[in-house]
Design a protein around this ligand. Structure first.
Ligand code: IVH
Length: 717
C-alpha cells in the first residue's frame, strides 16, 4: 500500500490544494490503520521507515497547506506512545537475550570460549533446546501460588499481564509437589501452534477482522489484550526453560531445573537433550532443523546452555548476553524483489550508509522495503582487498535482488538475480560529498596497513546537520539520557525548527526565551500538557550516572560497555574530562598512557576518545552541558565487597582460573582490573612465572597475592 502510494505520489511541492486535501485524508487513514496494526494488534504491516515516510509526507503537506490541518490529523497525535495499557513490572533478575551463532565454526568457538574461561580441558555437558519463536514471559510464584505474569519488555521492566496469563492452560496456578521454594520465577516462551494461527486467520478473513501477520505476532497480540476473555479464546501455549528470582535452587544443573519444572506442572520442550560435546550439539541442530517443518510451532534455531549451574554462575554475562549460552540460528529467510533506488544515510559519526529502497516484499512474515547495502565496496562487488564480493556481481538500480532477514538483524541484500537484470539497470555512483552538508566524504586510510576503510565518512563533524541530528538522537536514546517523550521524531522536528542543535539546548529549553517556548507549545499536537510533561522528563535527567553520560557523548567506538569501563576507571566527570583533554595534548602523556592501560580499552578506542576531546567544539559542547546537569560519580558494582574500589593487576601464568574469569570476578565485585602496575594498584595477583609486573609491585610496595589468596579474598566467587 505504502509502496503503491509512493510510486504514483505527486511531489508535495506540486500538489494542488484539492489534491492535498484528498491526499491528507488518505494518509491519515493509512497512518491510523498502521497505528492499529502496531499498537493494538502487535502486528506491524510495514517497516518503521515506511511508516515514518507516510507521516513525513503528511507533515510536509500540512506545512505547505496549514489551512488544511484538522483536529484529527496524525500530527496532532504525538508518537502514539507505547500502550500504557498494563502496569509496569520491574524484573528482579533482568530478562536478557542470547548471543547468536550462525555456523558450526561459531558453535565450536563458543564451546572453546567456555572451556577456556573455566580452564577445563575436556568436554563439558550442555543442554540443547529448540529456540521457540514466541515471546518470553516471567511467572512469579509465592508460596507456590501464581501471583504475577510479566512480559519481557525492555528486559528490565515488563508489563503486568497476570490476568491474561491465568487463562493459558499450560500455566499452573499452583505449583505441584513438596518443598517448593517460597519465591519461584519460572520463565519461558508463549507461542501458538501453526494450525491454530491459520484457523484464526481463516475465521478473521470471513468475519472481516484484522488478520495476524505471523504466529509470533499473533501470540504477542493475544497475550496483550485488555480483555482477558479474548486471551482466553486464543489457544496460547507455554514452554518453561529458564528462571528468574528463586529463593532456593531445587537443582544444580540446567537439565535438573527442567525436570523440576516438569514435575511442578509446566510443559517443557520434549526435544530438550543433554549433550556431551560439540559434535552432539551440531547433531542436535541438524536433527531439529530436519524436524522444523513438522513440529507444529515456529522455531528459529536451537539454544545451547552449559549444564552445571555453578559454571553458569562463574561464566556470568557480557553486556546483555550470558557467556554460558548461545542461540544457534537457522539459515535466514530470503525473498526476491526489485531494487528501486539507493539512498544514503549519514550516521552520527559521519558514516555514509547506502540503503536499498525496495519494492516491498514479505520476508519471514515481515514486510521489508529497506535493506542495508553496507558500503560502497559492497555495491561495487570489489572488497578493499581487491577480492571480488558475490563473485564480482555489482548491484544496480533496477536489479532483482535477494533480500535476507535473520531475527532482529537489519535486512540485507545478499545477491543479484542476473538473469533478470533489465537493460535499463543503472550502476550506482557512490557520492564523494556528504548528501546532508556537501562536505567532502572520504575513506580513511589505516596508517599501519595502508588499507582504505570500507566506510566513507563526511569530514564535517562540526556542522554537518545530519551528524548533529544523529548525535542528538543518540544522546536522548535508551542507555544514554533516555528522555521520555523525546524520541527520534521529536529530535528531528526540534532540530528542523532550530529549537535544539546541541545537547545542552535540551536542558535550556525551559529557561529559553519566551519565543522558543511559544514555538514549542504551538507545535502540532504539542499542547501545554505535552510541553510540561516533556520539561518534567528532561528535569528528571538532570542527574545522570557517569557511564550514561560518557555513552551519551556518542564518541566513535564508545558503546555502553566501554563507557562503563571509562566511568569505573575515572570515577567522576571532572577527572574524566581533565584526563581526556590532557591525553589529547600529547600522545605520549601520562594521561594517554593511563587511558591506554585500561583493560578492555584498545588503541583504536583510546584514539577515538582523544580525537573527540582534541576538538574544541566537543569540549565546549560538553562544558555547556555540564553547566545544566549533574553527573553522578561512577556506580560501584558491589560496594560491600572486600575489593570494591580497588585496582588489581593479574600477572604470570594463572593456573586456578583464567585471566578473563579473574577480571570478570574483579569487576563484578566492584574492583578495577588493570594491565599495568602503578602507585594506584592495590593488589597484584601473581601466578607462576610472573616477571616485571611482580618486580614493579615489590618496588612500589604493592600487596602481592597468590592465586589461592585471591580466591580466599573474593570468597571463591
Ligand atoms: S534462554 C539469558 N532458551 O530467545 C537468556 N531463550 O534471544 C535466557 N528463547 O528472550 C533465554 N527459546 O524469548 C532461552 N529455549 C530457549 C529459548 C529462548 C526461545 C527466546 C527468549 C529470549 C530470546 C533470547
Amino acid at each position: 500500500m505504502a509502496a503503491r502510494a509512493k510510486k504514483t505520489a505527486v511531489p508535495v511541492e506540486k500538489l494542488t490544494q484539492t489534491q492535498a486535501k484528498v491526499e491528507l485524508v488518505r494518509l491519515a487513514l493509512e497512518i491510523e490503520r498502521h497505528n492499529e496494526h502496531y499498537y493494538q494488534e502487535d502486528a506491524p504491516k510495514i517497516s518503521d521507515a515506511a511508516y515514518d515516510a507516510l507521516r513525513k509526507r503528511s507533515d510536509a503537506i500540512e506545512a505547505r497547506f496549514p489551512g488544511l490541518v484538522t483536529s484529527d490529523s496524525p500530527s496532532k497525535k504525538i508518537g502514539a506512545a507505547p500502550s500504557g495499557r498494563f502496569a509496569k513490572v520491574p524484573h528482579a533478575v533482568p530478562m536478557l537475550s542470547l548471543g547468536n551463532a550462525f555456523s558450526d565454526e561459531d558453535v565450536k568457538d563458543f564451546a572453546e570460549r567456555v572451556r577456556k574461561f573455566l580452564k577445563i580441558d575436556g568436554d563439558l555437558d550442555f543442554v540443547a533446546e529448540p529456540k521457540i519463536d514466541g515471546l518470553s514471559l516471567s511467572l512469579r510464584y509465592e508460596d507456590g501460588e501464581l501471583v504475577r505474569g510479566a512480559t519481557r519488555g525492555d528486559g528490565f521492566t515488563g508489563e503486568d499481564v497476570t490476568a491474561n496469563v491465568k487463562t493459558i492452560s499450560d500455566i499452573p496456578h499452583k505449583l505441584k509437589g513438596k518443598s517448593i521454594p517460597a519465591v519461584c520465577e519460572v520463565r519461558g516462551e508463549v507461542y501458538i501452534l501453526g494450525r491454530d494461527f491459520i484457523g484464526f486467520n481463516k475465521l478473521a478473513e470471513k468475519e472481516g477482522i484484522q488478520l495476524a501477520a505471523n504466529p509470533r505476532n499473533f501470540a504477542a497480540g493475544s497475550l496483550r489484550q485488555k480483555d482477558p476473555s479474548i486471551t482466553a479464546s486464543r489457544p496460547l501455549k507455554f514452554f518453561a526453560y529458564a528462571w528468574g528470582e528463586m529463593s532456593a535452587m531445587p537443582a544444580k544443573t540446567q537439565h535438573g531445573m527442567i525436570e523440576w519444572m516438569e514435575k511442578t506442572g509446566f510443559s517443557t520442550n520434549p526435544l530438550t537433550t543433554l549433550c556431551k560435546n560439540t559434535d552432539d550439539l551440531l547433531n542436535f541442530y541438524r536433527k531439529v532443523e530436519q524436524k522444523r517443518s513438522s513440529l507444529g510451532y515456529d522455531i528459529d534455531g536451537v539454544v545451547y546452555k552449559v549444564d552445571r549451574l555453578d559454571w553458569q554462575e562463574r561464566l556470568g554475562f557480557v553486556s546483555r548476553n550470558p557467556r554460558w549460552a548461545i542461540a544457534h540460528k537457522f539459515a535466514a529467510e530470503q525473498a526476491t524483489t526489485v531494487l528501486n533506488d539507493i539512498e544514503i544515510q549519514v550516521g552520527r559519526t559521519g558514516a555514509l550508509t547506502p540503503v536499498a529502497k525496495l519494492a516491498p516484499v514479505t520476508v519471514g512474515g515481515v514486510v521489508v522495503s529497506n535493506a542495508t547495502l553496507h558500503n560502497e565496496d559492497y555495491i561495487k562487488a570489489v572488497g578493499n582487498d581487491g577480492e571480488p564480493i558475490r563473485g564480482g556481481v555489482d548491484i544496480r538500480i533496477g536489479d532483482t535482488v535477494v533480500v535476507q532477514r535473520a531475527g532482529d538483524v537489519i535486512p540485507q541484500i545478499v545477491s543479484v538475480v542476473l538473469d533478470k537484470r533489465p537493460k535499463s539497470a543503472k550502476s550506482y555512483k557512490f557520492p564523494t560529498v556528504c548528501p546532508a552538508c556537501g562536505s567532502h566524504a572520504v575513506r580513511e586510510q589505516d596508517p599501519k596497513t595502508g588499507e582504505l576503510d570500507s566506510i566513507r565518512r563526511c569530514t564535517n563533524s562540526l556542522t554537518c546537520p545530519a551528524q548533529a541530528m544523529e548525535r542528538l538522537k543518540h544522546f536522548v536514546a535508551r542507555g544514554a539520557f533516555d528522555i521520555d517523550g523525546l524520541g527520534d521524531k521529536q529530535i528531528e522536528e526540534f532540530f528542523a525548527d532550530g529549537l535544539v542543535s546541541a545537547p545542552a539546548d535540551i536542558f535550556t529549553l525551559k529557561k529559553r526565551d519566551a519565543r522558543a517556548q511559544r514555538k514549542l507549545a504551538e507545535r502540532e499536537g504539542f499542547g501545554d500538557t505535552s510541553v510540561r510533561n516533556l520539561f518534567d522528563a528532561i528535569d528528571a535527567r538532570r542527574k545522570i550516572p557517569l557511564q550514561r553520560f560518557i555513552y551519551a557523548l556518542g564518541i566513535r567506538h564508545v558503546g555502553e560497555g566501554n563507557a562503563k569501563l571509562l566511568a569505573r576507571h575515572y570515577g567522576s566527570v571532572e577527572v574524566f574530562r581533565k584526563a581526556m583533554i590532557a591525553a589529547g595534548k600529547r600522545e605520549e602523556s601520562e594521561a594517554y598512557q593511563d587511558l591506554n592501560s585500561i583493560e578492555g580499552i584498545g588503541e583504536v578506542v583510546a584514539n577515538a576518545i582523544v580525537e573527540f576531546f582534541k576538538e574544541p567544539h566537543s569540549v565546549d559542547a560538553v562544558d555547556a552541558l555540564l553547566k545544566e546537569i549533574e553527573v553522578l560519580p561512577a556506580e560501584k558494582v558491589k560496594s560491600n565487597s572486600p575489593i570494591a574500589g580497588k585496582t588489581v593487576v593479574f600477572t604470570g601464568s594463572l593456573e586456578k582460573f583464567t585471566r578473563e574469569e579473574a577480571k570478570a570476578t574483579a569487576e563484578r565485585l566492584g574492583a578495577k582490573a588493570s594491565g599495568s602496575v602503578s602507585k594506584k594498584t592495590d593488589y597484584v595477583v601473581a601466578g607462576p612465572g610472573a616477571g616485571s609486573k611482580l618486580a614493579d609491585a615489590q618496588k612500589l610496595g604493592v600487596k602481592v597475592l597468590t592465586e589461592d589468596e585471591w580466591l580466599a579474598l573474593v570468597g571463591g566467587s
